[in-house]
Design a protein. Sequence first.
Length: 87
Amino acid sequence: MGDVCKRAFVEGRVQGVWFRGSTQERARRLGIGGWARNLPDGRVEVLMCGSEEAVAKLEEWLHKGPPLAKVVNISIAEEVIAQKVLV
């Protein structure tokens, strides 16, 4: 399995319930890089990069989130990240 990057947009009660912090902790434990940020429309955007297995685990967790969150919709797309090749 190789590395992948995916971008998720999470909708529902996901701001003000420690969603970003919980996502960061979970990603760190899984060895995933990326970030999570609040959007002005109330969604949380998450970029996650790592092994296919680890990203799949975080993706699954995003559907529920931390205890106070209420996720109502999530959209996820694979991202193409350019890599610099040294010759």
